[in-house]
Each structure stands twice: as C-alpha cells, then as structure tokens.
Design a protein around this ligand. Structure first.
Ligand code: SF4
Length: 386
C-alpha cells in the first residue's frame, strides 16, 4: 500500500462535492486547470470513465503516463486518475534524485483523488508473502539463480524487492523481453536459472508459453498453501517460471465460451485480448497485447473490420465511439469493468484539485526513499531491455 503523506488539514471537505452535478464539477475542474496552467498535469488511465478522460491532459497506460509527466519540465503537480500503484510509480519517476536536483529539491506532489482506488491484482501479492515465499524457495533451490520479475501492476514494495534481488519490472508489452533478460542473467547457473513472476499468473503463463516453456515447468505458488506454495520439492526443482497465484479480476472474467458465441454470431470477427486474460481465452484470440497495442491494432485496421475485444469495458466503449467505421463488440456478455478505477469520479477529482490549488493537497502519495531507490533500479532495468 502506498504511503499517504501527513499534510495540513484540507481547505475543503469532500462531502459537499458529492451533491454537485457533473457539469458544475467539470466547470470547477476546468477553472483549476486554467489557474494552474502547465504546472498541473491530470493523468487519465485508459480504464477511467469518459467524463474523467475528457478532463485529462494525458491519457495512456500507467507507465507511459508516469514517464511523460516525469519528463515534462513545466509540471509541478500530478493528479493521477488511476489506482494506487500507478500514483506510486509516478512519484518514484517524477521525484527521482536527478529530477529533484533539476528543480532545486522541489518535490512534485502526486495526488490520487480517491485513496480507496486500489488494484485487486496488486493486493494479491503482499511484500510479506513474497519474502516468505523467497525464504521457502531458498530451502529448496539456489535463489541466486532465481530472478524475481514483477509486473508493473504491483506495489512499490514489490518493485523494491525485485530491485534488491537482481530482478526486473515488466509491462504487458515487454514481459517476454524481461523474462529473456532474466534467463540470460542466470544462464550459467545449474539448469539455466529460473524466474519467479508476480503478481499476475496469466501474463506470466501466457508469455512463458509463447517462449516455448512447457506448462509442467510453471508451478503456481499459492501464498495461502501451508508450504512451498502448494508444490512439491520436485516441482520447484524442475521449474523454469514460478507463477504467483494472482490475477486481474476484470480480465479473469473473459471465458472461452464468449469467444465461441461471438464467432458463431458474427462470422469473420477477430478476437483481440489483453494478456491478463486466462490462457484458454488468450490461445483462442487472433491478436493480443497491452492496452496500447489494442488501441493501435484497432486504429490501423481497415474500415469494416469486426472486433470482439477482451479488456476493460470503458476502453472498449471508447474505442467503439472513436471508431464508428469498425464494428466493435465487448467480448463478454457480462460487465467487466475495473471497480476500483471507477472510484475516481469528478467529485473526488474536483475536491482533490481544489485542495491542491489551495496548498493543502489531499491523498498525496509519497514512496519512502529506500523503497523508491530500489524500485527505480528495477524500473531502469526494464527500460534497458525494451
Ligand atoms: S484492471 Fe485489473 S490489473 Fe488493472 S487496476 Fe483494475 S484490477 Fe488492477
């Protein structure tokens, strides 16, 4: 979990904002944007609601947003319309030592409009569980030849663990490169080294299968099992990629029968999914990739292409609106949206921005120095393998 800074009491309480209409809130948010100008950056993740995206300075996936904001020379405050781990990454990148030095020590506050906006996947891997797993693994295999790889959708404490243990962060677009880098790092170890991949088992499994690693060499580590994550010593000894038992509650909802139903109903339809989807769906898809790739594939497709897309509902609906020349369907008959991202509404955004402008930031996220330092090591390794 991120650290919420101890800040002065807010100039404005949240409650009155909740009874305002969206039009009034949008006008007030716009007024803060006008007043703060380029000093303020509102970042909107692709899975946010349309009314939030409409007011964002940048929209994108979590890493790209953080990177763009951190590189912006005018930015002095960030409101991250996303979830906890994204605000942490933005804080780590925007307030890294060289950036602080450039600004004469001035910190950029990173505000998460609603502190309850977490990520259920990130919450499935607590640092204590990871450390315990590492200790247990150390009794069976040589952890010097085991490289931890964390998906960027994880708490800063996990990124720091990875940094300290010679590992690397990955995104959904460079998971394969990160695993290859990890194997190369330990290639001289007996058995060629191993990877421990967390917190998303599906991204880890789909990626490793694509690299030709047999499923038998990918044991799943259940942090609630009494010992060895529910595995035998033999399974751990013969492993190449140990998968953490975590998943995205949104992408886990897509099922093979949804693919079948859409193909029957719309002959010629193409299935496009995110690699956080389960293997059975991922393997049936025509194309797959990160949110950025999904958007690009749709943008580049000829008019009249039929798509069924398996990712968060807000993004799919936005693609539908922005590409009326194509026929876009949501892959599931049930609503799959990120309930925690959805917590960021105009009331929370307006409240946090007006407090920011008044000099009493609320919900400012600051990662402690040691955690930020090691997280940065793991993030920088990721950039090296891109
Ligand atoms: S969509 Fe999934 S991985 Fe992304 S923030 Fe929501 S729960 Fe987490």
């Amino acid at each position: 979990m991120p650290t919420a800074l101890a800040t002065p009491p807010p100039a404005f309480e949240l409650q009155p904002y909740k009874s305002l209409e969206n039009d009034a809130l949008a006008a007030r948010i716009q007024a803060v944007r006008n007043r703060m100008g380029k000093r303020l950056m509102i970042l909107g993740h692709h899975y946010q609601q349309d009314e939030v995206i409409a007011l964002a300075d940048l929209r994108g996936d979590s890493y790209r947003l953080s990177q763009l904001a951190a590189e912006n020379r005018d930015c002095r405050a960030i409101a991250f319309c996303g979830v906890h781990f994204m605000a942490e990454t933005a804080d780590i990148l925007a307030n890294r030592p060289e950036k602080l030095a450039e600004r004469g020590g001035e910190r950029i506050p990173v505000v998460l409009p609603d502190l309850a906006a977490g990520c259920s996947m990130a919450d499935m891997a607590a640092i204590e569980q990871i450390e315990d797993a590492w200790d247990q693994l150390g009794q069976v295999i040589d952890t010097e030849a085991l490289t931890p790889v964390t998906y960027i959708n994880s708490a800063a404490s996990l990124k720091a663990f990875v940094g300290r243990h010679g590992g690397i962060v990955c995104t959904s677009s460079n998971a394969r490169a990160a695993i290859e880098w990890s194997f190369a790092r330990t290639s001289r170890a007996a058995g060629g080294g191993r990877v421990m991949f967390f917190p998303d088992q599906h991204l880890g499994r789909n990626t490793a299968l694509g690299m030709g690693i047999p499923i038998e060499q990918m044991p799943v580590w259940d942090p609630y099992a009494p010992e060895l994550g529910g595995n035998t010593e033999t399974q751990i000894e013969s492993s190449r990629v140990i998968l953490w038992k975590g998943h995205c509650s949104v992408h886990q909802m897509f099922r093979p029968e949804h693919v079948k139903q859409l193909r029957e109903k719309h002959p010629g339809i193409k299935i496009l999914v995110h690699p956080e989807c389960p293997r059975e769906v991922f393997e049936l898809a025509d194309e797959s990739g990160s949110t950025g790739k999904i958007i690009k594939v749709v943008e580049d497709a000829p008019a009249g292409t039929k798509w069924a897309i398996g990712t968060e509902l807000h993004l799919v609906n936005r693609l539908k609106q922005e590409h009326p020349e194509q026929e876009i369907h949501f892959l599931s008959p049930v609503i799959c949206m990120c309930a925690t991202m959805y917590r960021i509404d105009l009331a929370h955004l307006c409240w946090s921005l007006e407090n920011l402008a008044a000099g009493t930031p609320v919900n400012a996220i600051e990662v402690d120095e040691e955690t930020a330092r090691w997280s940065l090591v793991a993030l920088e390794r990721m950039l090296e393998v891109k």
